[in-house]
Design a protein around this ligand. Structure first.
Ligand code: LLP
Length: 388
């Protein structure tokens, strides 16, 4: 992943920083694009995973649409050149301002999460003299077997409309002249590695489609969300996730009547593996059972370990010599600001560089300035000065 030349060019840069391997991103996008073309699928990139301008440029060049979850994301998508007809807007708590902004752009569709939200969208669309395309986000009650904080498709989660509410929701739609029902939307959770979960989702979607088809309610598309996990344990072995296998599950198990489109909202699986955080060892400190390597990246640049106890591989880029056992921790005044505990690696000394891997998704976008820290810069393999 990191050649000697690249590591040498990292040495002169202020750390920590986000580094993106654009060639890996393009190869991953190529797989998504091929599968989408082959099967006629529509993929909306979940820009919440990473909305860096360079990343959005690459996503747009691959011909994908976007899944936005705030008014600002909708605006950024439009400003980045995505057509309004390529933008879907999801979120359990869309504000009136955000809905009006998206209506003004005439986006493709709102993924709606309740009858009350449908009424609000209808009223705001009426005020603008427009009609909003909507998809109903239905909670399928399928366990994605992932971390509980990123599980969304269980009945106890705040997301979506429960199947038993569909009569009421359809009554609301019938009484709303300014919304037009276009599709059904689902999303069971994120970092889903047990792909049998998607088979279960297909079975639920088939049942729910029947409910609509039995009532002759026209549905143009089904959107099955995203969530495909990446291999945080072996980022070099599985640099590109099993996207083909993932798409094939839906091909085999979803009963789509002819003419009904299939949409996806993938985030992490597209951008996760192309990113790393490059950080410097500030200090090493001997404890009774371990040596602390205190690096200059912290939970402000990558909150996933602190928030979800997430594992990210750390590569020692410059340290040499006999192995030692390290706890690799950040500089923030929180004990949870720790990346890895008790790992063995070649000797780390002040000034050595490390790479925290698989940080293309949900790292830079979740950065904070806690402790009044500076925002870390981003660099790309396409930057001239980083050519090795
Ligand atoms: N669609 C919906 C409705 C979503 O809520 C999400 C993610 C996605 C698509 C994209 O999921 P992906 O393909 O990226 O898994 N911060 C957490 C992840 C939060 C995911 C939120 N929703 C993390 O760092 O693991």
């Amino acid at each position: 992943m990191f050649s000697e030349g690249l590591i040498n060019s990292f040495r002169g840069l202020e750390t920590p920083f986000y580094y993106y391997d654009m060639s890996l991103l393009d190869r991953t996008l190529g797989v998504v694009k091929d599968a989408a073309i082959e099967h006629g699928y529509h993929v909306h990139y979940a820009m919440k995973a990473n909305c860096n301008a360079e990343i959005l440029k690459a996503v747009k060049a691959a011909g994908l649409g976007v899944d936005a979850v705030s008014g600002n994301e909708v605006q950024l998508a439009i400003d980045s050149g995505f057509g309004p007809d390529q933008v879907v807007f999801a979120g359990v708590g869309k504000s009136d301002r955000e809905i009006s902004l998206a209506l003004g752009h005439k986006i493709f569709c709102f993924n709606c999460e309740s009858a009350q939200e449908l009424t609000v969208i209808n009223n705001l669309a009426k005020a603008q003299g427009t009609i909003a395309g909507v998809a109903l986000r239905i909670n399928p009650n399928v366990d994605p077997k992932t971390h509980k904080f990123i599980t969304t498709g269980l009945e106890e989660n705040k997301f979506g409309i429960n199947p038993w509410e569909l009569d009421e929701v359809m009554n609301t739609i019938r009484g709303s002249d300014h919304v037009r029902l276009k599709g059904l939307h689902f999303h069971i959770g994120s970092q889903v590695v047990d792909t049998s979960r998607y088979q279960l989702l297909c079975e639920k979607v088939n049942e729910i489609q029947n409910w609509f088809d039995d009532r002759d309610i026209s549905i143009e598309f089904v959107n099955v969300g995203g969530g495909l996990g990446i291999d945080y344990n072996r980022p070099d072995v599985h640099a590109i996730p099993e996207l083909r296998t993932y798409f094939d599950i839906f091909k085999s198990h979803l009963n789509l009547p002819s003419g009904r489109q299939l949409h996806f909202e993938l985030g992490r699986s597209i951008v996760g593996q192309c990113g790393s955080i490059i950080s410097r060892v500030l200090y090493t400190k001997q404890a009774r059972k371990t040596t602390f390597a205190i690096i200059d990246a912290g939970m402000t640049e990558l909150i996933r370990p602190a928030l979800y106890q997430a594992y990210h591989q750390i590569d020692n880029l410059t340290g040499e010599g006999a192995e030692d056992t390290y706890d690799i921790v950040g500089p923030i005044c929180e004990t949870s600001d720790a990346f890895l505990r008790g790992i063995h690696m070649s000797k780390l000394e002040r000034g050595d560089l490390v790479a925290i891997r698989s940080t293309g998704a949900y790292a830079e976008v979740m950065a904070s300035q806690y402790n009044l820290r500076d925002k870390a810069k981003s660099y790309f393999s396409s930057n001239e000065f980083l050519r090795d």
